[in-house]
Design a protein around this ligand. Structure first.
Ligand code: GLV
Length: 307
């Protein structure tokens, strides 16, 4: 079995080592233009040339991340099965990141940090949990884990997804027709949606204005979901209190971007849920084995839908 590795911005060593250990006898190599046809491929933001040379002969292609937006601009044969990672150790990281962001905002920890740094010992008024309903957009494997984690802290949790879901302890809203109601009932907005034509720019002046006053935005989806200038304007107007952002239209975030200078925005460098090589390899190798037994495999991407 031949496996091609074609992953931008990814240190190949742990992947090659892990794949060699899990699949003794397989030939695993970093893809270069002109190399022999592989049976399977692991990709992250591959170039079109990779697809043109390899795709028709592949049995399957595995995206080593949850989001497949980097594949959407490519021309990929419809018959090629493409799989994305499903959880693979990322959902718990997302839950950690979002829970800390929600709690940090709810408990006013930024103010405490600033006070203590100045030597000021001072209590803020106790926040009322009921005044901080959280809205989670995107209820896939990660969104579901995030929403459940927040219910553990007794937050009122709303969830929105393209098609209506049913989740214990979460008030679910489905489709564009219910988006506005979902936003009106939420103060803290958490975005975990996949990025595609329908969700691009979904956090904008209109949708931010529908959130409850003193809103807060946590973006762990993609930078393309958020209209940056609209967020800044809503923070300037006071309707939005602040944001914690992990993903950006351009990464690394350009030095001149106004987010760097807005003290009410906390930035992290696309780190909310890192791909874990060992967990991901175990999942991919398990799927290859299932395919070779002729079993059906979950996590297949519908490139027309965009996720
Ligand atoms: C990371 O952003 C991913 O899509 O897994």
């Amino acid at each position: 079995m031949k496996i091609a590795f074609c992953c931008e911005d990814t240190r190949p060593e742990p992947w090659l080592k892990g794949l060699n250990e899990a699949l003794p006898g397989a030939e695993i190599a970093i893809w270069e233009p002109g190399v022999a046809q592989a049976d399977y491929a692991l990709v992250w933001a591959p170039p079109q040339q990779f697809i043109d040379e390899q795709a028709t002969g592949l049995k399957a292609m595995f995206n080593i991340g949850a989001g497949v937006d980097a594949l959407l601009p490519l021309t990929i044969p419809a018959e090629l099965p493409v799989y994305r990672l499903e959880d693979a150790g990322m959902a718990v990281q997302m839950a950690e990141y979002v829970a800390q962001a929600v709690i940090r905002f709810f408990r006013g920890l930024d103010q405490y940090e600033a006070d203590m740094a100045e030597g000021v010992w001072q209590h803020q008024r106790n926040p009322k949990r009921a005044d901080y309903p959280v809205g989670v957009m995107g209820l896939g494997k990660m969104g579901e884990r995030v929403a459940k984690a927040l219910t553990v802290f007794d937050f009122k949790v709303n969830g929105w997804s393209r098609s209506l879901r049913d989740m214990d302890g979460v008030q679910c809203f489905g489709g564009m027709a219910q988006l506005d109601d979902f936003l009106r009932q939420s103060r803290i907005l958490v975005n975990l949606l996949p990025l595609h034509a329908e969700t691009e720019n979904i956090i904008n002046a209109r949708t931010l204005a529908l959130l409850q006053p003193g809103a807060y935005v946590i973006n762990v989806g993609r930078g393309g979901h958020l209209v940056d200038t609209d967020l800044i304007a809503q923070i300037d107007s006071g309707h939005v209190s602040g944001a914690m952002l992990d993903v950006f239209r351009e990464e690394p975030l350009p030095e001149s971007h106004p987010f760097w200078k807005q003290p009410k925005i906390i930035l992290t460098p696309h780190t909310s849920a890192r791909t874990l090589a060992a967990d991901s390899i175990a999942q991919i190798v398990g799927k290859v084995a299932a395919m070779s037994r002729g079993e059906s495999v979950s996590g297949r991407v519908d490139l027309r839908k965009g996720y």
